[in-house]
Design a protein around this ligand. Structure first.
Ligand code: SAM
Length: 227
């Protein structure tokens, strides 16, 4: 492991807005579960997650734009997350936190109804058949999100990957969920200002390769109304 990575891991340990409990700590119960608003953010504002946040540009960008919401970036790669955590500290953003964990364990961190919105930004497409269940919009993951989300929670997906995008559209249809918006090219039809004005690290890489950026948003509950 490089010294830079080790330094970042060490600095993550010092951040008060960076959480990375181990399995033993989680098994005893995560202290902020059900208490993020009151005990960490000190307000009653909605909690928004970015899953697979990488360097956290989107989490930090939204937090700057929406001080009346609380944002939590989630990823397993601590050295990447350090970037977002450091920026949030440098910019004195009080409405940002980061959780380092496998998203498979997300129910250990939030209680029923605690999350109001989820962004999934440029997820790994997991193209191989045996790995379909690892896609962050697969039925197994949607079930996990239902356990922590409010009834009117909105899930946003941004991706360059057409296969992943179509897979998600099919899953929404199969589950008869409300699809509120979708576009195969955000530059022609963005659907919301946030979608085009905050670019993540991977988004920039894919844009350089000439990929079109796709975006959709949907609900986790109820009948397939929308669009
Ligand atoms: C392609 S990167 C995108 C990062 C960032 N959203 C961006 O757009 O620059 C996908 C990220 O998802 C994270 N990830 C994928 N599956 C995960 C899982 N099951 N649990 C936690 N993180 C995961 C990876 O560690 C990686 O940082």
């Amino acid at each position: 492991m490089t010294k830079r990575k080790l330094d970042r891991f060490a600095e993550n340990e010092t951040f008060e807005h960076f959480f990375q409990p181990n399995y033993y700590e989680l098994s005893k119960g995560f202290a902020l579960k059900g208490k993020w608003k009151k005990d960490f953010f000190g307000n009653d504002n909605p909690v928004v997650l970015e899953l697979g946040c990488g360097k956290g540009e989107f989490t930090v960008g939204l937090a700057q734009r929406y001080p009346q919401k609380n944002f939590i970036g989630v990823d397993i790669k601590g050295a990447r997350m350090w970037r977002g955590a450091k920026t949030a500290l440098e910019e004195n953003l009080k409405n940002v936190a980061f959780v380092r964990t496998r998203i498979q364990l997300i129910e250990h961190f939030f209680t029923s109804g605690e999350v109001s919105e989820i962004w999934i930004t440029f997820p790994d497409p997991q193209p191989q058949k045996p790995r379909i269940r690892k896609r962050l919009t697969s039925p197994g993951f949607l079930d996990r999100y239902r356990k922590i989300c409010s009834r009117n929670c909105i899930i946003h997906l941004k991706t360059d990957n057409t296969m992943f995008f179509d897979y998600t559209l099919e899953t929404i249809k199969d589950q008869n969920l409300p699809l509120y918006f979708h576009t195969y090219d955000v530059d022609k039809n963005p659907g919301s200002d946030d979608v085009v004005t905050i670019n993540t690290y991977y988004e920039m890489l894919f844009r350089e390769q000439g990929e079109k950026i796709k975006y959709l948003r949907f609900g986790l509950f109820g009948e397939g109304v929308g669009e």
